[in-house]
Ligand binder design. Structure first.
Ligand code: NVA
Length: 312
C-alpha cells in the first residue's frame, strides 16, 4: 500500500511497514485459497496487462509473476534494461505515467526504494515492489504462507534470520513483528539492519506482543523453529576485491546442520539463489529440513493474492 490505512483495501504493495496484521493475514489466507483452487481465480485478470520492470536479474520473481499472471487470465510484459537504466533515459515519473497509459499494474524490481516510491507516486495504476534495496515484500509474504502451511498457527513460531542484514531480512522482521511472530536477527557486525528498521520492528513487536531480538553473537541464537538465510552479497553489491573479507567475516554465520542442532530448529529457509557452501551448506539446502522449493512455489500464490487484492 502506498499509504498506511487500517482497511483491507490495497492501493500498492510497496513496503512491509505499510501493511497491517489484518491485511497480511487476509493475503496469506487468500494465497492459500488460490493455491487450493486456482481455477476459481482464472479470469480475475482477464483483459488486464501487467508491465514488469527489472533493473536486476531474476529467476523466481520473473517466472512466478509471468506464470502467475497467466494463471489469473492476464498478460505480462517483461521490461529488462533494453530501454536503459530506470531514470536515465527518461524521468522515473514519466516512465510511470507512460506505462500507466497501457498497463493495468506495474511490477518493479529496482535498485533503490526511492525509485519504487517515485513510480507509485506518479503511476495511475497499482505498483508492486518485486525487490528493492530496503524490502522484498513479495518474498516475505510468500514465506509467511509457507510458515502457515508448515505450522498452522503463526503465533507460536520462532523464526531466526542469520546472515546479512538486507532487503529480505528487513521484510521478514517487519512482517514477523506485525504478525506477532517471535523473530531473532543475527548478523555480523557492520551488517546489521539500520537503526530505523530495528526501531520499526521493535515498535511493531511491542504492539503485536511478539519478541524481537537483534544480535551479532551467533552463540545466543537460542531455541528456534526455523532458521532463514540469504546471500552474503546482494545483487548490485558484488565487489570481487571484497569477496575474501566477506567470506572470512561471515563464515561463523554459515547455516549448517550444526547450527540447526544448536538452535533445535526443524526447518531451514532460503529465498534463493543460494550460494552453496557459503551462507548455507549443500547438505542442509538439500535436506528434508529445507522448504526452499515450497517457498519458491509460494511466491506465485502469494503474489497472485496481492494481484487479486489490488484488482478487487
Ligand atoms: N538479498 C538478495 C535477495 C535476492 C532475492 C539480493 O538483493 O540480491
Amino acid at each position: 500500500m502506498s499509504t498506511s490505512t487500517n482497511t483491507n483495501k490495497l492501493a500498492h504493495f510497496l513496503a512491509d511497514d505499510q501493511l497491517t496484521k489484518v491485511q497480511l493475514l487476509a493475503l496469506i489466507d487468500l494465497a492459500i485459497k488460490i493455491k487450493k483452487s486456482p481455477q476459481q481465480y482464472n479470469q480475475i485478470l482477464a483483459g488486464k496487462s501487467v508491465a514488469m520492470i527489472f533493473e536486476k536479474p531474476s529467476l523466481r520473481t520473473h517466472v512466478s509473476f509471468d506464470m502467475g499472471i497467466n494463471k489469473l487470465g492476464g498478460h505480462a510484459l517483461y521490461l529488462g534494461q533494453q530501454n536503459g537504466k530506470l531514470g536515465e533515459r527518461e524521468r522515473v515519473s514519466d516512465y510511470a505515467k507512460n506505462l500507466s497509459c497501457f498497463a493495468d499494474l506495474i511490477v518493479a524490481r529496482v535498485f533503490s526504494h526511492d525509485a519504487i516510491q517515485d513510480l507509485a507516486e506518479h503511476a495511475s495504476v497499482p505498483v508492486v515492489n518485486a525487490l528493492c534495496d530496503l524490502f522484498h515484500p513479495c518474498q516475505a509474504l510468500a514465506d509467511f504462507v509457507t510458515l502457515t502451511e508448515q505450522f498452522g498457527d503463526l503465533s507460536t513460531v520462532k523464526l531466526a534470520y542469520v546472515g546479512d542484514g538486507n532487503n529480505v531480512s528487513n521484510s521478514l522482521m517487519i512482517m514477523a513483528a506485525t504478525l506477532g511472530v517471535d523473530f531473532t536477527l543475527v548478523t555480523p557486525q557492520g551488517h546489521e539492519a539500520t537503526a530505523a528498521m530495528i526501531s520499526k520492528a521493535e515498535q511493531l513487536a511491542l504492539k503485536s506482543g511478539s519478541k524481537f531480538t537483534c544480535t551479532t553473537d551467533i552463540n545466543v541464537i537460542g531455541n528456534q523453529d526455523v532458521i532463514y538465510t540469504d546471500t552474503w552479497v546482494s545483487m548490485g553489491d558484488e565487489d570481487a576485491s571484497k569477496k575474501a573479507a566477506i567470506l572470512a567475516k561471515f563464515s561463523p554465520y554459515q547455516v549448517n546442520h550444526e547450527l540447526m542442532e544448536k538452535a533445535d530448529a526443524s526447518i531451514v529457509m532460503h529465498c534463493q539463489p543460494a550460494h552453496l557452501e557459503e551462507e548455507i551448506t549443500t547438505a542442509l539446502f538439500d535436506s528434508a529440513m529445507s522448504v526452499v522449493f515450497q517457498q519458491a512455489e509460494n511466491r506465485m500464490w502469494a503474489q497472485n493474492a496481492v494481484l487479486v487484492s489490488l484488482f478487487s
